[in-house]
Write a protein that binds this ligand. Structure first.
Ligand code: ADP
Length: 542
């Protein structure tokens, strides 16, 4: 029997038209290179989106064309997101922190027709434009007053491009399974791989990630996504904020600037924000140095890499802000699990249990089916011990990569590359990346747990633990640590720090203090580089 329900496609256009009508007067505030505080409403935004859609059509762009963006989080980038996707074109957000060769590769691979760029990245594109003959032109995201001199071909100023366009646009009917955006994973080996989102996957991800035990967004929230819009659609928040009617605050190029973030939080009344651990570290360092507070801030979502306990504690104990741990990846749109520990859990649990509970990456959100399998592909129980490869499937998880026909998901399950166990409360604990696993004497050691433990030492700014070949134990863990400015610590003191905190045989067999650690373009530790560098490390006991 067929249902009696209307068959309406799930598309991003509906988020726009809904927010325009219902939450049209809710504010969108941005920092840009040409304006320290730009402010308008969703209604203003969508009026300009319609002007931009007319301008895109005038450039000769048509449905399914791919348009590149190199931009920070701000209102012009928001306008591009909606104008491109709702016109039936595909928004390709390029991570400007990638190496030149990678930027060239992905713009070419995605077949970007035009590229919209912040002034800050004009130089990068000038270097690369001759290698990108298929890009027809470049639009600079600024006004005439701030337009740089540039050799970019067919360079146009964004504000001039849309200035005289009509404020109405007839949006096309779109198939909900058509592509809306592309994001490439940075990948530490080989070429970046493209994940293509659909209108449908984006909307379903918005619904699921906005549930109360995930981002829990409402119209009473002021949300500030500090995750870049060039990385997995800013965790979807630029769609879910207008869907929920939440005010949106975007820090532009000030993402890693603790002082600027504190100012935005206090002056704009931010209640909820989301970002990677390094961003929160920058904010904490500023608050501690300045003595300032962030009293209106209620909760922070942290994800992208494991978050050390010291960040949870500092925000809770000193600033009354709840840090919530989340896990996901480009291939999952990105949210996979979310950990919302009850507000009073700190009072009802022992400190040790509370710490364990907060550090978990969380429960799968609705729409993400998740299983843990052993080396033979057998599903493991959720018993808090059985650790194995994490596999997922669902309507906002990729089946394959762009222009690679074979499915990335064997048997319909996508292999995440993460190793974890599930506890009896259905909370996931990531212990490693498959490729970073350390196997010592036949047993697995969690490099993430050791790294978290190391950075909980007040003298340590950042740490990486890698497995290095050992004649007796196959591999032993080697700790590489960056010491905080002005702090001092000896090797012995560092290694003793692990006593009683982790199993004895997990304790790193040696430690090297380094001035910095290598990172990927998305800010994650690049352990592959470290493994290459330290592959012949001479163990004392070998
Ligand atoms: P990229 O694939 O470009 O590195 P992603 O953001 O897609 O960027 O990375 C996803 C990976 O990041 C996950 O597979 C996982 O290894 C790691 N990750 C994300 N969130 C967490 C978290 N909360 N704890 C531990 N690791 C995480």
């Amino acid at each position: 029997m067929q249902s009696t329900m209307m068959n309406m496609p799930l598309n991003i256009t509906s988020v726009m038209t809904f927010a325009d009508k219902v939450y049209g007067d809710v504010e969108v505030v941005s920092v840009t290179a040409d304006n320290p505080r730009h402010r308008y409403t969703y209604s203003d935004a969508f009026k300009r989106v319609r002007k931009l859609a007319n301008a895109l059509a005038k450039l000769g762009l048509k449905q399914s064309d791919v348009i590149g963006t190199l931009a920070w989080n701000d209102y012009r980038h928001l306008e591009l997101y909606y104008a491109i996707s709702c016109s039936g074109m595909v928004c390709h957000t390029v991570n400007p922190r990638l190496f030149d060769e990678q930027i060239e590769y992905i713009i070419d691979h995605a077949e970007d027709q035009w590229v919209f760029t912040d002034v800050a990245f004009v130089g990068t594109l000038e270097r690369l434009q001759n290698l990108l003959p298929d890009v027809k032109g470049f639009v600079i995201l600024t006004d005439e007053a701030n337009m740089p001199k540039t050799s970019l071909r067919n360079a146009v100023c964004y504000e001039t491009l849309i200035a005289d366009e009509p404020e109405t646009f007839d949006w096309p009917d779109l198939d909900e399974n058509s592509a809306s955006a592309i994001c490439y994973t940075s990948g530490t080996t080989g070429h970046p791989k493209g994940v293509v989102y659909s209108h449908r996957s984006t909307i379903l991800h918005c619904y699921a990630s906005s549930l109360p035990d995930a981002f829990g967004l409402s119209r009473y929230d002021v949300t500030m996504p500090i995750v870049p819009m060039f990385h997995v659609n800013g965790w979807g928040l630029v769609y879910s904020a207008p869907m929920a009617g939440a005010k949106l605050v975007m820090p532009g190029p000030k993402m890693g600037d603790g002082e600027a973030l504190a100012k935005l939080i206090n002056e704009e009344g931010v209640t909820a924000s989301a970002g990677v651990p390094t961003v929160w570290l920058a904010l904490l360092q500023y608050l501690e140095k300045s003595g300032e507070r962030v009293d209106g801030l209620e909760r922070l979502t942290v994800g992208g890499s494991a978050c050390p306990l010291s960040i949870f504690d500092a925000f809770r104990d000193k600033y009354d802000v709840t840090v919530q741990h989340a896990w996901g990846m480009t291939e999952m749109s990105p949210l996979g699990t979310y950990n919302r520990v009850a507000d009073d859990a700190g009072e009802t649990m022992s400190k040790a249990d509370f710490d364990t509970a907060r550090l978990r990456q969380g429960r799968p959100i609705y729409g993400v089916e998740l299983r843990i399998v052993d080396e033979d592909g057998q599903e493991l129980p959720w018993d808090g011990e059985s650790s194995g490869a994490v596999q997922v499937r669902g309507p906002f998880i990729t089946d394959h990569y762009h222009k690679r026909e074979h499915s990335a998901a064997e048997d319909g399950w996508f292999e995440t590359g993460d190793v974890a166990f599930m506890d009896k409360d259905s909370q996931m604990q990531i212990t490693d990346r498959t490729k970073d696993v350390i196997k010592s004497g036949g047993e697995w050691i969690s490099s993430i747990e050791l790294e978290n433990c190391a950075v909980d030492h007040p003298a340590i700014a950042e740490a990486a633990v890698i497995g290095v070949a050992h004649p007796k134990w196959t591999e032993r863990p080697l700790l590489l640590a960056v010491v905080n400015e002005g702090a001092e610590i000896s090797k012995e003191e560092m290694l003793h720090w692990f006593d009683g905190k982790v199993a004895k045989w997990w304790i790193p067999a040696d430690c090297v203090f380094v001035s910095e650690l290598p990172h990927t373009a998305t800010g994650k530790l690049s352990k592959k580089d470290l493994r290459d560098e330290y592959q012949n490390f001479a163990w004392n006991d070998a």
